[in-house]
Design a protein around this ligand. Structure first.
Ligand SMILES: C[S@@+](CC[C@H](N)C(=O)[O-])C[C@H]1O[C@@H](n2cnc3c(N)ncnc32)[C@H](O)[C@@H]1O
Length: 230
């Protein structure tokens, strides 16, 4: 069965508490990673830039503020998340649009850059989404992806595993009143691609100059790449 409908319902139900939970769960680090995403996406000039799975709009809004000449679109399939984005950042600098990342309603070669935070863990077929992103990017356009990464088995592993297994679901219960949504975050992180494997998937989708950087004891990864010019 497809993950999509369940994921959509889950994000619709936690939309109101999503930002607070993010700040607490990441100990205030999450905006730093989003700023890094925007930096790696680079300046789109006066072209179009797309933030997929924009949620409550943080990455899209940082893009719009950092590159005011650009035309910024923030899209998501959860209408409640998009409503929060509109409430937080208004409707002038960014255009908020409902759509499913599996099947983008945009023409080929429309965007100078495409970003997404915490999307790929939530889809059935990451390669399909990456190919769809490649389709809508202009040649030379940049893709940047922020997501959780399964923790490496190093000296921090027992602590990190404990935090993911117990700390995050408990915070989810206390702050978002939804333990299962945050237990899902733990499960989907542990089952997700390791950073190097995800980089390989970007290459299989046809991106070049692919690389990544890890944050927060290796539990967060930012991957980037470029659509070849030819
Ligand atoms: C964890 S939130 C991330 C929000 C935001 N990018 C951020 O940095 O906080 C994941 C978002 O992905 C959206 N999402 C998941 N699967 C999607 C899909 N197939 N198409 C569009 N949005 C999707 C969810 O609705 C949710 O808003």
């Amino acid at each position: 069965m497809s993950k999509g409908p369940g994921v959509q319902i889950m994000f619709d139900s936690i939309a109101g508490r999503y930002d607070l939970m993010n700040r607490v769960m990441t100990m205030g680090q999450d905006q730093k990673w989003r700023r890094f995403v925007v930096k790696m996406a680079g300046d789109p000039g006066n072209g179009w830039t797309l933030d997929l799975a924009t949620g409550t709009g943080d990455i899209a809004s940082l893009m719009a503020d950092t590159w005011p000449e650009a035309q910024t679109v923030g899209s998501d399939f959860s209408l409640n998340m998009l409503r929060q984005a509109g409430k937080r950042f208004g409707y002038t600098k960014t255009s908020w649009q409902a759509c499913d990342a599996n099947c983008l309603p945009f023409g080929d070669e429309s965007f100078a850059s495409v970003t997404f935070g915490y999307l790929l863990r939530n889809v059935d077929d990451s390669l399909r989404v990456l190919k769809e992103v490649r389709r809508v990017l202009k040649p030379g356009g940049r893709v940047v992806c922020l997501d959780t990464t399964p923790p490496a088995k190093n000296i921090f592993y027992p602590f990190v595993r404990f935090y993911f297994r117990f700390g995050i679901p408990v915070l989810g219960k206390l702050i978002a009143d939804d333990e299962s949504a945050y237990a899902y975050l733990t499960g989907s992180t542990m089952g997700f691609y390791e950073a190097e494997k995800l980089a390989e998937l970007f290459r299989r989708a046809g991106f070049v100059d692919v690389d990544y950087k890890k944050f927060m004891l290796g539990t967060i990864g930012v991957h980037w790449g470029e659509k070849p010019l030819l």
